[in-house]
Design a protein around this ligand. Sequence first.
Ligand code: ADP
Ligand code: MG
Length: 825
Amino acid sequence: MKTSIKKLRKFFRLEAERDYDNKAVMGGLANILSSWELEAREDELPEQIIQAVISRLRDYHRLSEESREVALKGIWKRVNKESLQDKKRDKVNLPTDKPAPVPQQISEPPAQKKEPSQPKQKKQQVEKTVTPPAEKLDFDTPVNSIKGIGEKKTAALTRMGISSIRDLLYTFPRRHDDYSKLKPIGSLWFGEEVTVIGTIDSVSTRSVRGGKMKLVEAMVSDKSGALRVTWFNQPWLEGQLSRAKHVVLSGEIEQYLGRLTMNNPEWEPLSNEQLHTNRIVPVYPLTKDITQKWLRGVLHDTVQKYGPSIEDPLPDQLRSSISLPVLSTAIQEIHFPDSDQSLQKAKQRLAFDELFLLQMGVLKQKKQWENRPGQVFDSPDVWINSRLEQLPFQLTKAQIKTLTQVREDLCSGHPMNRLLQGDVGSGKTVIAALAALIVVRQGAQAAFMAPTSILAEQHFQSLKKLLGNNPDEIKENEITLLIGSTPEDQKEQIRKKLSQGEIKLVIGTHALLQEPVEFQNLQLAIVDEQHRFGVEQRGTLRQKGNNPHLLVMTATPIPRSLALTTFGDLELSVIDELPPGRLPVETHVLFPREIERAYSLVRRQVDKGNQAFIIYPLVEESEKIDEKAAVEEFSRLQKEIFPSYSLGLLHGQMRPDDKESVMTLFRDKEIQILVSTSVVEVGVDIPGATVMLVEGAHRFGLAQLHQFRGRVGRSDQKSYCILIPGNAEEIENQRLQAMVETNDGFVLAEKDLEIRGPGQFLGTRQSGYTELKLASITDLKLVEQARQHASELFRQDPELSQENHQKLALAVNQFWTLKNSGDIS
Ligand code: ADP
Ligand code: MG
């Protein structure tokens, strides 16, 4: 038995003896990885086994004892099986999982390749499969092993995130320029992109702009005519050009003083294969010390050498059903395409891969979560109905449906993993409150996390009211608030009570996540306004319990493409109905000079007994200047605009208890007009408010604006949202116009996604999709296709343990390691 395998066996046995407490090795089992990996490589264990061991052990500490046992047994089974197969393989001399020897795809000869040398070469390779060539092609080879890549270039490439051959192959061109249209100089037209071949008649350099700039000028001619060509600030070209004699130039034809010229064209000396010109030319992203020409050259060599050996992780059957080229062809074609058509096919194939691998990971996580055991919390109909009767309102149909789903999850025996989506004001809080009640009445604990202390405080008040009627289920002193500003001695008390189980329901902010906070028995984690939290934060809260139920809530509608990707591992409930009697909020965009109209609307509404928000146009709450400006603006409004009304001020720098008292005064209608920064953006519930006036509105995102608007229209009173951009030109701002056009959060979300792209839309912390280079998460058709194929494959072979899925298993692993955000829920 190989040493590395023996070692695994030793540690796994120890761990089993200790009932999987992760103490067989000091500091946890993951600590063996770095040395084990080296040994395993020395032992030449198959790469996918190494990867599997690494990925399981790395997260081992996060698993429950039961899951650890399953994990170790699973790895062991695979190691065993694989090392047997490995032996067999050695005998028949088949290529191993390393893309090394000659895994040329026989299934589809790349038909588009025109170079005559190619097919011959391939044939030879196919025939040679039985005897691997002397040189092994390893895609993990560091780039500095390539000839001509020294320290400086390695450093520059590293900055671009390129360290291995694989990275290099997956550095896709930003665009391609089609220079494949060769033309005689005599028939050029202004404005066209062409390639010409000519002789250099003369080269000279001169200074222009008072010596600030050097201009290299060449006259190039062919039989049909001559062309002036210039390059700016590349004085070294003079020497190169005069040595070259015959050159190929590609670029756009421009005009200078009535004559045709080319400025800064791509060029190279005439040779047999025109790499930089006379073809569809890739244009790569660059960094300091890396030039286009150089990178193109390196990629050309690399693609030629490695491209044909790239193995396709997709099972043949799947690949042929989507009728896309094999991976090897796709990689070669995306760099140096033979035609626009083959380029498009290559892009499609690679985009499909990204989404497909993404889906495989998402489904795997979903499955893993579903397989864990969860505590059963039942909620008999009779009991729940009596609680519903105590509510101050009747639940809407959509709320009831959602509540039913939550109740089913809670008694399923597996942890709930549910995303509750409902537009602003649709009444999500009450569902969360009832879920908490179901859990705490059976003695367990629940935590409710909100993104701001204002919101946490509000939830604390309303949950106490909603749940406080039944002291046999939860007493008032068993509900508590924990936010950053809670005094340290109280925090200490709360922590103690949480760890002893005396507090049943805690409502709070990020403060809940902090290290010393421990629960005796956390069984339900609720995250409100989940888009305000990072993926990790959700995970951290969940880890405070043992496979607790999870309910995340959002008002940001999730377009379907995202529901299948970013949130693909969550079950989705939608509250698609507002409580009865709500009127749509009337929205207007006004010119800055019309602000007086907005003020008089505020006065009229307040005179009727309603309330108003005025959002102060500063977004950066953290800055001191803002505080000063907000305070000044507030006193101006109080003195000059609304002297006879009662105004309140709220901003991020205020002391927490001051914030709280302002909010309380506002809720109690002691304050009629609240001047605020964007701290009131999410969640705040003031049913009496009917005007939302947003100044500097062009600075806010669509999702934010919709959230602001959601602060009003929470009663049966007609409400208004007035948006005033900072300057008149912004009146045409697409986001502001979109707000006027619709009240439908879903439509706005789709629009937002379109305008801003998914990273921004989700907040960069959340998107986690840096590995998507070609695919767009908004490409619903491709996303659905990938999802469908992934689900199908997943149904057949969830563990990807079948022989013909090994390459895929490896690719999935690689993709998810790169993404380095293992836990996306
Ligand atoms: P959101 O979904 O934006 O979090 P909230 O849970 O804050 O919405 O609810 C908005 C307001 O609607 C609150 O004042 C809440 O008490 C009220 N509400 C919730 N459900 C109903 C209902 N079924 N009928 C009437 N009012 C409701
Ligand atoms: Mg809410």
